[in-house]
Design a protein around this ligand. Structure first.
Ligand code: AP5
Length: 209
């Protein structure tokens, strides 16, 4: 299946995308993770993207479209994918139509104050990109990744003022995609409050999977 995870920052797109990808046996393609990897590796793309990401702004469409198109051309993505964080603008959505077909768009929604709580408590593994939360989804050993043992860090864009800016950016530039995909009959709304496993079940139900 070719699925898009849509939703504001902190809604749980990445957390749910990882589970869904495992369940369906397709890769999890996160544009945020690919960009963060490029920043860490100091690539040309990472250098160009870094200032936008730090400020909670969207990276320019042309850069992100080219990067995502290259990832979707890879062999493992030919059998399907869970696309997390792309598209985020109408031009990205129209570019995606030229690259592949989409079967469904899961739109996660949550109260804005809950989005802020989830993002401020998030910790990530800089090595394998696993995601934790200090209260709701802690690692087994404090500050250490369960999967690879690396030290966990807070994302630079997870400071409260930046998070509130990212939520505004989502409302202004990304939320129009809800109507766009609704019109195409692809949208599956899923309430993103509750236990991680409960939300996973809601998503499977919404997809009829
Ligand atoms: P990106 O990494 O995609 O960030 P985002 O969309 O803002 O989403 P988040 O990663 O913040 O949240 P999420 O919904 O994945 O939540 P998560 O599962 O982690 O993008 C970062 C930046 O890159 C952008 O700002 C932009 O600059 C750039 N970028 C990326 N793609 C782009 C594009 N297409 N175009 C232009 N620019 C682009 O969960 C959040 C926390 O909550 C975690 O701690 C988790 O453990 C916890 N949690 C999850 N579910 C639950 C639950 N049910 N109960 C309790 N806690 C939970």
């Amino acid at each position: 299946m070719r699925i898009i995870m849509l939703g504001p920052p902190g809604a749980g797109k990445g957390t749910q995308a990882v589970r869904l990808a495992q369940r369906l046996g397709v890769p999890h393609v996160s544009t945020g993770d690919i960009l963060r990897r490029n920043v860490a590796d100091r690539t040309k793309l990472g250098e160009l993207a870094q200032s936008y990401m730090k400020a909670g702004k969207l990276v320019p469409d042309d850069l992100v479209i080219e990067m995502t198109a290259a990832r979707l051309r890879e062999r493992d993505a030919q059998k399907g994918f869970i696309l997390d964080g792309f598209p985020r603008t109408i031009p990205q959505a129209t570019a995606l139509e030229g690259l592949t077909r989409i079967d469904a768009v899961v739109s996660l929604f949550l109260d804005p104050e809950d989005l802020v709580k989830r993002s401020t408590g998030r910790r990530i593994c800089p090595n394998c990109a696993a995601v934790y939360h200090v209260h709701t989804n802690p690692p087994k050993k404090e500050g250490r990744c369960d999967k690879c043992g690396s030290g966990l860090v807070q994302r630079p864009d997870d400071k409260e003022d930046v998070i509130r800016g990212r939520i505004r950016t989502y409302e202004e530039q990304t939320s129009p995609l809800i109507g766009y995909y609704k019109e195409k009959g692809l949208l599956r709304d899923v309430y993103a409050s509750g236990l991680i496993e409960e939300i996973h079940q809601r998503i499977l139900e919404a997809l009829g999977a």
